[in-house]
Design a protein around this ligand. Structure first.
Ligand code: FNR
Length: 401
């Protein structure tokens, strides 16, 4: 049967994959309220399309941290992709590169940073989990940088693993023929089976629960890659992100004297803007695909608060429940600079390998282009807040005509 939208891959993946693997990919935390809400919140946002605008040419290209991509749709880090397909992360990397967009490689990939780099050219970000052993982190970050990765997506919502009950029931663990490839040489590549979730035990053993803003600063001293903070859901944290990012930039330029004239320029203009122009950092509004704290709001609901707090000083991205081109448009209308997709990648990988991921990216691209055309927008900057209406808008007092 002809596949006509991204969501159809989920059922195919369910048929093809072992239950333990499918459940790991599909499930969310506890009651899975946020999992459902990540989708439903999109459906409560409606359009206010403009008409009689020449939409014969639509430009979806954009720039992320200074890198030009073909569309504002990127690939989120999802762990252990070789459980979905033997080509795993290689297939995803090739598909992203063919679509002219960014792939984010998970720390817990079943292919190493070097292996993914060897698949060919492409703009790639590296998602980082901070291990208790900082030597492990420093080594890994340097390897990613050497392999040509362009930014770090630092995941900040996982001091402990969320309670994913399907994984506990299935006693989820990485199949014995696979390893967490980035950690193989460090003796941390295996996941032991336990009598609940093997991944939760691995996280409890290795991941640093004490991670705090000072570590974000530390990270900037060991790499010149820009850092995206992944997992922000509130204005309070987005302000903190900005503060740390700015401090780090001053630190970086003063101590490494990379560019004296940049420091002077800093004093004359808005430092945050300069930080952005220099590819400093950004924020990813994410609830980890509803796999961490249940009953947090949908990311599309939290987005506007974070965008407001960021005041245009750093780009804000979103992931969580993006399945349609209309979702991409809604996120951009609420101020996102781009979106990332997670599950559609692993489900399409399971169904059709690289061809599946290519198709997912193409379908989202086509749908997004159509949404732009039917809304009367010919470029991303023409997408505005007034092209949509949210529930919050309906509850706001309206001025009398
Ligand atoms: C994830 N996510 C994730 N995030 C991260 O920072 N590091 C990781 O290794 C993983 N691994 C992972 C595995 C699987 C199977 C899923 C579904 C998710 C979260 C991911 O980056 C992203 O935030 C969400 O997947 C986005 O939501 P959607 O698109 O899956 O709804």
């Amino acid at each position: 049967m002809e596949i006509t939208n991204v969501m159809e891959y989920k059922a195919i993946a369910k048929q093809k994959l072992p239950k333990m693997v499918y459940d790991y990919y599909a499930s969310g935390a506890e009651d899975q309220w946020t999992l459902k809400e990540n989708r439903e919140a999109f459906s409560r946002i409606l359009f206010r399309p403009r008409i009689l605008i020449d939409v014969s040419r639509i430009d979806m290209a954009t720039t992320v941290l200074g890198f030009k991509i073909s569309m504002p749709i990127m690939i989120a880090p999802t762990a252990m992709q070789k459980m979905a397909h033997p080509e795993g992360e290689y297939a995803t990397a090739r598909a992203a590169s063919a679509a002219g967009t960014i792939m984010t490689l998970s720390s817990w990939a079943t292919s190493s940073v070097e292996e993914v780099a060897s698949t060919g050219p492409g703009i790639r970000f590296f998602q980082l989990y901070v291990y208790k052993d900082r030597n492990v982190v420093a080594q890994l970050v340097r390897r990613a940088e050497r392999a040509g990765f362009k930014a770090i997506a630092l995941t900040v919502d996982t001091p402990r693993l969320g309670r994913r009950e399907a994984d506990i029931k299935n006693r989820f663990t990485l199949p014995p023929f696979l390893t967490l490839k980035n950690f193989e040489g460090l003796d941390l590549g295996r996941m032991d089976g336990t009598n609940d979730s093997g991944l939760a035990s691995y996280v409890a053993g290795q991941i640093d629960r004490s991670l705090s803003w000072k570590d974000v600063k530390w990270l900037q001293t060991i790499t010149s890659m820009p850092i995206l903070v992944k997992g922000v859901l509130t204005a309070e944290d987005s302000k903190n992100s900005l503060f740390v990012i700015l401090c780090s930039f001053f630190f970086f330029f003063f101590f490494f004297k990379k560019s004296i004239h940049v420091i002077l320029f800093f004093n004359l203009t808005n430092p945050a803007r300069l930080a952005i122009q220099n590819g400093a950092a950004g924020i990813i509004v994410s609830n980890h695909g509803a796999r961490q704290l249940d009953y947090v709001p949908a990311t599309i609901t939290a987005l506007e608060e974070v965008v407001r707090a960021a005041r245009g000083q750093v780009p804000v991205f979103l992931d969580g429940g993006v399945r349609r081109g209309t979702d991409v448009f809604k996120a951009l209308a609420l101020g996102a600079s781009g979106v990332f997709i997670g599950r559609p990648v692993v489900f399409s990988l399971a169904a059709e390998g690289e061809a599946g991921v290519r198709r997912v990216l193409q379908m989202l691209r086509d749908e997004f282009e159509l949404t732009m055309a039917l809304s009367g927008c010919t470029s991303l900057k023409e997408i505005t807040r007034s092209h949509i209406v949210t529930e919050a808008d309906l509850h706001r007092p309206v001025s009398r005509l």
